[in-house]
Design a protein around this ligand. Structure first.
Ligand SMILES: C[S@@+](CC[C@H](N)C(=O)[O-])C[C@H]1O[C@@H](n2cnc3c(N)ncnc32)[C@H](O)[C@@H]1O
Ligand SMILES: [Zn+2]
Ligand SMILES: [Zn+2]
Ligand SMILES: [Zn+2]
Ligand SMILES: [Zn+2]
Ligand SMILES: [Zn+2]
Ligand SMILES: [Zn+2]
Length: 426
């Protein structure tokens, strides 16, 4: 018996709440841009695209109520509540700070301010969390030292290891792609900015990045509703970058916060792809742009069910500030659970320099040394970093810790309840 859904998918399904994927520009607003339409046991309602915890964003409007004039009027306040960022002022400030000696440059995390120490008294005193000196290298790589934002559930900021960043750039080189739309991947954007082979645009919800990048290199953005917070101005920047990418080829490099929902993210990829295709006169407007998407392996069935052209690669994506997501000591026993999902040929992910991977002649791609090719499944079947084994009765490879249960007719953990399908086989 084959099971189609991964644990992540069941998580979404078991919560019983579906996202209705549609154009969001007519939806009510919250501080995170247009809300999404959800459908659950209690009917259809609009709620925040970003915050999973209702405490973080309280907007909740029943679909039927949205037709009422009063409700619409009340929601209009959000147009004014969403703050504006002044990218030109930030650029001037950045240039001034940059003209100073590194020991005179500082960033105050308490006030979110980049400043010149000898010209400011504001940040003196113990309450201000200061980073100084700021060398060229640090100014060019704020993602490596900016403290992660506090709101872990919606903004979880985990930065790729240097190796993971160079793997991404290597994949792009192998595909002759020179331009990157970095969605929630500031570290890749920073590396691309320093590499003459590449050009990139950062789309991220974290507004601190506007202090470090010129106006045409950073857009304040929500990837769950494809929302540009500075409307027309940002759209001009994005469209210009997309147009200039025609001959250099463009790839979306995306690393959403963990637990983010797949449907709106895929919708965003589709909308950006269609924008690219229209601007660049590509006949097939539905053709997806190349994408490299970092996400946990247990989301595989969920992503590939909705977008079969996007495949999961076995590379374990490591992070510099997430202990569990490293392969070294102290990390998760079977390595990072994050993988790259991509519609680029898997063969172009060349890991020949990394002794943790081997080339599988049959699958024609690099896989973890612990992954074994199964002649019955005709693929290297491990997903989570363990070595899977084939169960003849299930007709598929399963985790080595699973045993076949004749009562429920599937492989599962030894101690499981046959009446509850909670564990995924893969
Ligand atoms: C898991 S971290 C990925 C960072 C990436 N690994 C890197 O090294 O650059 C998630 C990133 O997405 C950004 N982010 C969080 N929520 C977002 C949203 N709704 N829309 C756009 N970006 C978001 C965060 O600011 C952060 O940069
Ligand atoms: Zn919100
Ligand atoms: Zn301060
Ligand atoms: Zn194989
Ligand atoms: Zn097998
Ligand atoms: Zn079995
Ligand atoms: Zn059982």
């Amino acid at each position: 018996m084959k099971r189609k859904y991964s644990s992540a998918e069941r998580l979404h399904k078991s919560s019983g709440i579906e996202v209705i994927v549609e154009e969001v520009s007519t939806h009510p607003l919250c501080l995170h841009g247009p809300t999404l339409l959800f459908s659950g046991e209690k009917g259809r309602y609009f709620a925040c695209a970003t915050c999973r915890d209702k405490k973080d964003c309280t907007v909740h409007i029943d679909e039927d109520d949205w037709k009422k004039e009063g409700v619409r009027k009340r929601n209009e306040k959000y147009y004014n509540l969403i703050p504006k960022i002044d990218k030109v002022a930030a650029l001037n400030k950045f240039n001034e700070v940059k003209s100073r000696h590194p020991s005179d440059r500082a960033y105050c995390n308490t006030c979110t301010d980049l400043y010149i120490i000898s010209q400011s008294k504001k940040h003196r005193g113990g309450d201000h969390r200061i980073t100084t000196p700021l060398t060229e290298e640090l100014l060019n790589s704020p993602s490596s030292w900016l403290p992660p934002l506090e709101n872990d559930s919606s903004e979880a900021q985990y930065i790729f290891s240097k190796k993971a960043v160079s793997t991404v750039l290597g994949i792009l080189r192998n595909n002759n792609i020179k331009n990157l739309l970095c969605i929630g991947t500031p570290s890749v954007h920073e590396a691309a900015q320093l590499d003459p082979d590449f050009d990139s645009l950062l789309l991220d919800y974290d507004t601190r990045y506007h202090l470090f990048h010129p106006p045409n290199k950073y857009i304040w953005y929500n990837m769950f509703n494809n929302y540009l917070f500075d409307g027309n101005n940002d759209e001009k920047i994005l469209k210009k970058f997309i147009k200039l990418s025609k001959d250099r080829k463009l790839c979306i490099v995306m690393d959403p916060p963990f637990g983010g929902r797949v449907e709106p993210l895929l919708h965003t990829i589709k909308e950006l792809s269609s924008m690219y295709n229209k601007i660049n006169d590509i006949e097939d407007v539905e053709k997806l742009l190349p994408v490299i998407w970092a996400f946990p392996y247990f989301s595989e069935a969920y992503i590939t069910n909705l977008a079969p052209e996007i495949k999961m690669h076995d590379y374990q994506v490591e992070y510099q500030n997430h202990k569990k997501f490293q392969n070294s000591k102290g990390g998760r026993k079977f390595g990072s659970p994050v993988r790259f999902f991509t519609n680029l040929p898997l063969l172009t992910i060349d890991l020949s320099n990394d002794s943790s991977y081997k080339f599988c002649d049959k699958c024609k791609c690099w896989v973890s040394v612990t992954n074994m090719h199964c002649t019955k499944c005709k693929s290297c079947t491990s997903k989570n970093g363990m070595t899977y084994r084939h169960c003849k009765i299930c007709g598929q490879c399963v985790k080595p810790t699973y045993q076949h249960c004749t009562t429920c007719g599937r492989c599962a953990q030894e101690k499981h309840r046959c009446d509850l399908i909670v564990e995924s086989q893969v």
